[in-house]
Design a protein around this ligand. Sequence first.
Ligand code: ZN
Length: 89
Amino acid sequence: MLTCKQFLSELNDYLDDTLDPQTRSELTRHVNECPNCWVVCNTTEKTLKVFKGMEAKAVPPDIEHRLMAALEKRIADRGPICGQKKAEA
Ligand SMILES: [Zn+2]
């Protein structure tokens, strides 16, 4: 079982569909079992689609960084979901 932190670190590649099938299936399993990551995945996917709709390119690094920081903070604030301790820097 992946941790939420591992899931988040792979989320962009997951949404870009650039992962190998095994990693992808592990992420799919995590997102199906973890409501918190499901919300994050869903929100990020919509956000990416908006950006890609505008320029058909990856999210700019600064925006991606801010988005990920906000998501990680949100998970940290809510406490452990998947037996994961609070994310370490
Ligand atoms: Zn999770």
